[in-house]
Ligand binder design. Sequence first.
Ligand SMILES: [Zn+2]
Length: 380
Amino acid sequence: MLAPTLNNASLQSFAENYTDARTRFLTILQALPTAYNHRALPCIGQAPNGESLYTDTVWIGPADASSVLVLISATHGVEGFAGSAIQIDLLQRLQVGNLPNNFAILIIHALNPWGFAWLRRCDHEGIDLNRNFINSYAPPPSNSGYTELATALIPTDGDWQSANQRLSEFAAQHGQRAYEIAVSGGQYSDPAGMFFGGLHASQARHHIEALIAEHQLSERALAVIDLHTGLGPFGYGEIICDHPHNTRGAEVAALWYGEAVTLPDIGSSSSVPKSGLLDYAWHAIMNTAPNAPAGCFVTLEFGTYPVDNLFNVLRHDHALHAQRNIRSNNDTPDWQARAAQANTANMRRHFYPGTQAWQAMVLFQGRQTIDMAIRGLVRE
Ligand SMILES: [Zn+2]
């Protein structure tokens, strides 16, 4: 037999839940042979087992490094299984490998630990962090397609059949892309709804802005990789670049990651254009002058099941959470309720299929993308 491409020890990077992921991450970190700077940022809420929630940040390499790889997991909480595993796998690779000179890695583990812990995509306030980075909350962007579809997406009368019919008619009339933009492009009118961008800066946004300032990241060459799951072909890791085409950021992405890079704004991606992406906080500090250090932000998005399944799973998740009777006193879901258990199983499966084949595809492409980012930064 040939030696396995990825051995079983590598697949141990995948955790069972948020608390397990954090424990594994910190255990591997403590075994790192090189110096590092770790900070645990306390977050609001608790895990289902009562444990505290943290976003952990780790700086590995010289404090004044001119090039930095930034690796972010669990921006969409429940998607953290894959992201955390890729970060843990990188720490394991660093046990034996060295970084280039003048180079640092900033790992942001579990940007949305509440969502990771409770198997939700939004944070504890119902905010989709990846729609929260808008320029102004007064007024926020409008999304007329969402307004038209809101009561069909989460039918308060319980008539899912009629609601589904309305969604199908909208897609048939306006096209699939317009339908996906209406549903998932971001909305700022319905706090209980899907893809709600929030009406104020989220806790995570404050954390990101503080990290950018604290580490003076605007003065360095940056490769940011934000790790996501749940969109695109099963197991495929799509490198999505939301820098507008014909900009320096998009050029850098093509240079570093090659022709696999896709761009939502020209329709070459599984993802449609969106409001308030986390990307935009980083775009603002990258390529700010012709001679500024190069930088680009990409989303590494691992596919699972079709987009219809994504929307349906999320619709039922939000419908369930919109009902007060499944909430317990501390404003978190009552996991004893049968409907809640079925829902969390569906959420987990859509965003983390968890088969060995899927895990191996995630780790392999995660390593490949990280290596391309490092090579790209070193060439700069
Ligand atoms: Zn995501």
